[in-house]
Write a protein that binds this ligand. Structure first.
Ligand SMILES: [Ca+2]
Ligand SMILES: [Ca+2]
Length: 492
């Protein structure tokens, strides 16, 4: 009787034969999670930049299912990653900025994160590089989040900034660096992940998470990666329209105006636009080569057929589009990210255009790994699309930037509503660059009402410890201001 009950329980928790994630031997696939920092859609298989060279991410896409309309929950590291790891929206947790870390939020102290859920159900867990946002978890608590948290090297900085940007922080820099690829933090993170893949703890399925830092600034790579891209007018520059922001609400301008990143106008003036674009591309190709090393190690381990690989980026990046560089916007350039699943039972060479969210990652892995259902997760499992990329999905993708500013992305539309009630609407069938704001066109009133129905009902105030880091010019000098995020502040 007990035996029969055990079988029944196992049948309930393990993915069935032929289901995505099913493993012919024990029903529990390993998981290799690859996180990338600030990578927009400039990867070969997504076509965001026609010259981007990412052969390794492309081969992963060929082996699995690529989501071509995937979006982050927040266009900034800490809130995006906190959302992925908790399975909750920023508007539910109040984590909108670089601080606080998720465990510093009272309501999240005992929230079971993705790695904890896997560990609790028999997985060995390991991370190398940037998975949580830097500093979000104090080192003394690392072992509570991942059983093994490999320490990897930081970004090597040259003695002086290469580029004297208006932003004085060291990280806001780019260019070819001397030294060896092996000196880069991403190489060391890949090394740590490879070592783990070569000898995972026996008798358990593994969860290996590796987080790459590039192409996050500083966009440093060795010259060989720059050599992949022309240093002349044949380098394709991002599409930019003069006066593009004339038809967007003032509130959006406020949200993005005082950002740390240099503006397009400065890049043009300083003749740094092309060098930045080239440095970002070179950094992407170097990072991609490290993805390749990790994928090679998985293949060599003999575990590839029993391992779900998921690759994602925490948010996108502007390189001049809409007059800015950086993130922190609710436009496509900030929200669209690569998202690929590959592994047992997952469609190979498939592309799904359904709008999906990074929030879906946690419930998808719960399903693929046969974990006990976790009520309260706000995403939706993508297993239907992993079996059949054209399977319908009932929900749009929602991105949130600070309190009560949201973007709703469906297959064809982007609808933005800011905290002051101002709106933007873009038709992606005719306007992939989001140049023409249709929000004031009366013929779209009904559509806007429908899309507004998806706006989160809950809009938590910024969690204690939140702050916005703003760069402002005071008496002609660029100066950092550390300001609290003020809900619905209107006046620039
Ligand atoms: Ca990031
Ligand atoms: Ca416009």
């Amino acid at each position: 009787m007990l035996g029969a009950l055990t079988c029944l329980v196992l049948a309930l928790v393990a993915p069935g034969e032929g289901q995505p994630g099913a493993d012919s031997r024990d029903g529990r696939p390993n998981v290799l999670l690859i996180a990338v920092d600030d990578l927009n859609d400039w990867v070969g298989c997504l076509g965001g930049h026609p010259q981007a060279q990412t052969p390794n991410i492309d081969r992963l896409a060929r082996r699995g299912t690529l989501f071509t309309n995937a979006h982050c929950q927040a266009p900034l590291c800490n809130p995006s990653r906190s959302s992925v790891l908790t399975g909750l929206r920023p508007s539910t947790t109040g984590i909108y900025s670089l601080q606080p870390g998720l465990r510093a939020v009272e309501a999240l102290k005992d929230q079971v994160t993705l790695p904890q859920a896997l560990a609790a159900q028999g997985y060995s867990t390991f991370c190398a590089g940037k998975i949580f946002h830097d500093g979000a978890i104090p080192p003394r608590d690392h072992a509570q989040e991942f059983q093994v948290w490999a320490v990897t090297g930081g970004m090597p900085f040259p003695p002086h900034k290469f580029v004297e940007t208006p932003d004085p922080i060291k990280a806001m820099d780019w260019g070819p660096v001397s030294g060896k690829d092996e000196d880069q933090a991403d190489w060391k993170s890949a090394d740590a992940a490879i070592a783990r893949l070569q000898s995972p703890p026996p008798g358990k399925p593994f969860f290996v998470a590796v987080g790459f830092r590039l192409p996050h600034v500083p966009c440093f790579a060795t010259p060989r990666w720059f050599d992949l891209y022309p240093d002349d007018e044949t380098l394709v520059m991002p599409p930019v329209k003069d006066g593009d922001r004339d038809d967007v609400p003032e509130f959006s301008w406020y949200l993005h105006w005082k950002l740390p990143e240099p503006r397009l106008s400065w890049l043009l003036e300083a003749k740094q636009w092309r060098p930045l674009v080239r440095s970002y591309l070179a950094s992407i190709s170097f990072m991609d080569s490290q993805v390749g090393r990790v994928l090679d190690a998985l293949e060599a381990s003999g575990q590839a057929d029993r391992t779900v690989v998921v690759l994602w980026s925490d948010h996108g990046w502007h390189l001049g589009e809409k007059g800015i560089t950086g993130k922190n916007t609710l436009w496509e350039r900030s929200t669209r990210v690569p998202l690929i699943f590959a592994g047992p039972g997952i469609g190979a060479g498939a592309r799904s255009a359904r709008p999906v969210e990074l929030l879906d990652l946690y419930p998808t892995l719960v399903s693929l790994c046969g974990l006990t259902e976790r009520p309260g997760l706000e995403g939706h499992s993508l297993t239907p699309q992993l079996k059949d990329a054209s399977a319908p999905r009932a929900w749009p993708a929602i991105t949130t930037h600070n309190q009560d500013n949201h973007a709703i992305r469906t297959e064809h539309w982007r609808f933005i509503r800011y905290a002051d009630g101002s709106e933007e609407l873009y038709d992606h069938r005719s306007d992939p660059n989001e140049w023409s704001n249709l929000a004031n066109d009366p013929q779209h009133a009904e559509l806007k009402r429908e899309l507004a129905g998806w706006l989160p009902k809950r809009n938590e105030p910024p969690a204690p410890g939140s702050f916005a880091r703003l760069l402002t010019k005071v008496n002609g000098v660029w100066t950092w201001e550390r300001k609290p995020i003020i809900p619905a502040e209107k006046n620039p």
